[in-house]
Ligand binder design. Structure first.
Ligand code: UDP
Length: 236
């Protein structure tokens, strides 16, 4: 069981266990946006993100993508494999939104012919700056082989998740992934996949069912998280 808290982030706490190769992740209801400038609570979010992330990671495992998932321990707690996180945030986009729209001066909702991938350097003090794979190599954040594996997994994850959410009447707009290295050096999907880290729009109405409701003060935040969880549970 939980021994020592080794990390407390914006949305999660991480604890050591008796097994040095395993950790417990505990999901909180706290929410932040804009690099921590906006803070709040989304009641029930921790339970939803824990269950959703686990359900999706199990599905990805079945599709041949290795993940850190081991076992759901409770509503908010999950046993995961200990990894050293590759300090890259990987963003896959199917449709323009958020920082893509701002950076390139285009409206939200443009459907791309093929998905895009981008990387940012996971570094809060620097505001997670965007970088390319040459920069990642220069900074020794990952090897060329690791970057190739991460790209391959990320696009495969996108195909799996896009198809799953489509069956739920939900369009997968974009999402962020993080990967880690196990003690043997192999790359696995880590962190979470949730409405905090994905943009999910109702396929018919375009209604936002994700953290943009919090970021943009759209109201109905808790209801959106509950609705997306209901859709997942009906289809998983
Ligand atoms: N995202 C995330 N963590 C971050 C930045 C982005 O989980 O630190 C997710 C975000 O929820 C969205 C996708 O990655 O689903 C693309 O986000 P974008 O770059 O458009 O940034 P944002 O507009 O959210 O600042």
């Amino acid at each position: 069981m939980k021994k020592e808290m080794i990390y407390e982030g914006k949305a999660k706490k991480v604890w050591t266990t008796e097994d040095p190769e395993q950790l417990i992740v505990e999901y909180k209801d706290d929410a932040t946006a804009f690099n921590g400038l906006k803070k709040g609570t989304i009641s029930g979010k921790g339970v939803i993100n824990n269950r959703m992330s686990n359900a999706l990671m199990k599905r990805l495992e079945r599709a041949g993508i290795p993940t850190h998932y081991v076992e759901e321990l409770s509503e908010r707690e999950t046993l995961v494999k200990r990894v050293s996180i590759v300090p890259l945030e990987v963003i896959i986009r199917n449709i323009s939104a958020g920082s893509f729209s701002q950076r390139y001066g285009v409206e939200e909702g443009i459907v791309f012919d093929s998905p895009t991938i981008e990387f940012s350097y996971k570094n809060d003090a620097l505001g997670d700056p965007l970088l390319n794979t040459y920069h990642a190599r220069a900074l020794k954040l990952a090897t060329e082989e690791e970057i190739e594996t991460i790209k391959d997994y990320s696009f495969r994850i996108n195909e799996e998740l896009k198809a799953f959410w489509k069956g739920c009447g939900v369009t997968l707009v974009d999402f962020k992934l993080e990967f880690g290295r196990l003690s043997d050096g192999s790359i696995v999907l880590a962190d979470e996949i949730s409405p905090d880290t994905s943009r999910l729009w109702d396929s018919k109405t375009g209604e936002k069912l994700d953290k943009d409701r919090f970021r943009r003060d759209l109201g109905g935040v808790e209801e959106a998280y509950q609705e997306i969880m209901k859709r997942l549970e009906e289809n998983i």
